[in-house]
Design a protein around this ligand. Structure first.
Ligand SMILES: O=C(O)CCC(=O)C(=O)O
Ligand SMILES: [Fe+2]
Length: 405
């Protein structure tokens, strides 16, 4: 049993953090157990490239069910070049093997958007741990990087990414850009499938994703002792629109997804597949009927592990709200600005080591009940601390008001 799980005679709870805010879920077994998932659905994505709308709609139906019931699925036959994906993993191995001083040239604390190198234990998604046992490198949308081929307007003229300049590290930028551009293109198609899954026209989200917020985080998880309290990445939900994860093939699964019974479901690495998950924004705009499911990484199989999540969100200045068809009568729905919400969540992450959770609350960030979505998360009535009731973090001045249930 890990440090994030506690046991008393009568009950056991699993603890996690959602937007920097602690939550817990009762572990349910036997007759008390709920209907929930015990594995991730595998969805064949060949149909994403079909010329026939019926094929894409059929795919969207499966995707919608997975988003509602699990919040996670495997995308198989995604069509993104396998050799390029393998080459990118090789580049990750090479990059993280570089001397620390080469990597620290681009330390992420030097940028407002947290871009660049993150050293071991600097991330701390679960404050009950000593920090995440991982190192990473974050890059993302940046109109000043010519690889992105975007018009530079005054508002986007400031560089966001940092790239190493040491000769031994020059391979890194082109390697990461090959991956970034391929995932970007795939994500745009994926967005059409999400729109269809919500019974919206395929192009519904196009207007708010003309220059989307996107990130690749390359991550290296060293092997951790199986009996330690460490985590590779602490239990959390993602704060983007959706995430695509490529994970390196380890024999023992390291990524784990929390089901409604408080059981960590392992996500086996499957060759040439993406693990796709709904994140907080998509949960938000679906009024909570799609799950942004809690997950974590514990790399206890004795192997080095590498992963490269691609995070996708709408344009920074996009104003979004719950889609019309998912609104409930009597609910209060306000628009919020994607970039503002995103930056605050980044700031909270950045300051976690410095008491970020408390500071966030002092600054007016509050935990609010979003909606009692069923499916993967389930509903746990009667316990105000239980995050299974689907709370989320919003700023009291700017964003969504609590929904009346
Ligand atoms: O490494 C992984 O498989 C997942 C990482 C993750 O959850 C994240 O970066 O948000
Ligand atoms: Fe994540």
């Amino acid at each position: 049993m890990s440090a994030t799980e506690t046991q008393t005679e009568a009950e056991s709870w699993v603890h996690y953090h959602d937007g920097g805010i602690p939550g817990r879920r009762r572990v349910l077994r036997g007759t008390g157990a709920k209907q929930t998932f015990n594995e991730l659905p595998k969805i064949d994505f060949q149909r994403i490239y079909s010329d026939k709308l019926e094929d894409r709609k059929e795919l969207a139906k499966e995707v919608g069910a997975a988003c509602r019931d699990v919040g996670f699925f495997y995308a198989v036959n995604h069509g993104v070049d396998e050799e390029m994906l393998n080459d990118t993993f090789d580049a990750l191995k090479r990059y993280f093997a570089l001397p620390t001083e080469v990597k620290m040239e681009t330390h992420n604390q030097k940028t407002a958007k947290f871009r660049g190198y993150e050293a071991f234990l600097e991330g701390k998604l679960d404050p009950s741990t000593r920090g995440d046992l991982k190192e990473g490198f974050l890059m993302g949308e940046d109109a000043t990087d010519p690889e992105q081929n975007r018009p530079i307007t005054p508002s986007t003229a400031t560089p966001r990414n940092q790239w190493p300049t040491h000769p031994s590290a020059l391979f890194w930028r082109p390697a990461l850009y090959r991956y970034y551009n391929a995932m970007y293109t795939f994500s745009k198609r994926m967005l059409h499938i999400f729109a269809l899954a919500l019974d919206l026209p395929e192009s519904h989200f196009d207007a708010i994703t003309t220059s989307p917020m996107t990130n690749v985080r390359a991550v290296h998880y060293p092997p951790q002792a199986p009996d330690s309290n460490d985590v590779g990445i602490g239990a959390h939900t993602d704060f983007c629109w959706f995430t695509l994860v490529c994970q390196s093939p380890t024999t023992y699964p390291a990524l784990e997804v929390l089901n409604a019974n408080g059981i960590w479901v392992p996500v086996e690495p499957a060759p040439n597949t993406f693990v796709v998950n709904v994140a907080d924004f998509l949960k938000l705009v679906t009024g909570g009927s799609w799950q942004s499911t809690v997950h974590r990484v514990r790399n206890v199989g004795g192997e080095e592990r590498y992963s490269m999540p691609f995070f996708f969100s709408p344009n920074e200045d996009a104003r979004v709200a719950v889609v019309e068809s998912m609104r409930r009568e009597g609910g209060v729905y306000e628009e919020f600005v994607v970039g503002e919400y995103f930056q605050r969540r980044l700031d909270i992450d950045r300051t976690t080591h410095l008491g970020g959770g408390r500071r966030a609350r002092e600054e007016g960030w509050v935990l609010m009940m979003l909606v009692d979505g069923g499916g993967g998360g389930g509903i746990e009535k009667g316990n105000a601390h239980d995050n299974a009731r689907r709370y989320s973090l919003y700023h009291k001045n700017n964003f969504i008001k609590p929904l009346k249930l």
